[in-house]
Unconditional design. Sequence first.
Length: 61
Amino acid sequence: MILVGTEVFGVAIAGGWAIAGLFELGHIVGYALMGIFSLFALYILTILWRRCMAVEPITGA
């Protein structure tokens, strides 16, 4: 989960930066895109977490 989370957030931030740079949208729009894509990445990670916990739950042992 940690590796996948890092990769998903890395792609989200890099994607926002790349789109803003490609279309010359400026820093503010670039930060906004990074934030929007990071929220989408958080949504994806929440779904992945639920699926992983359904297959192999964490036990207290």
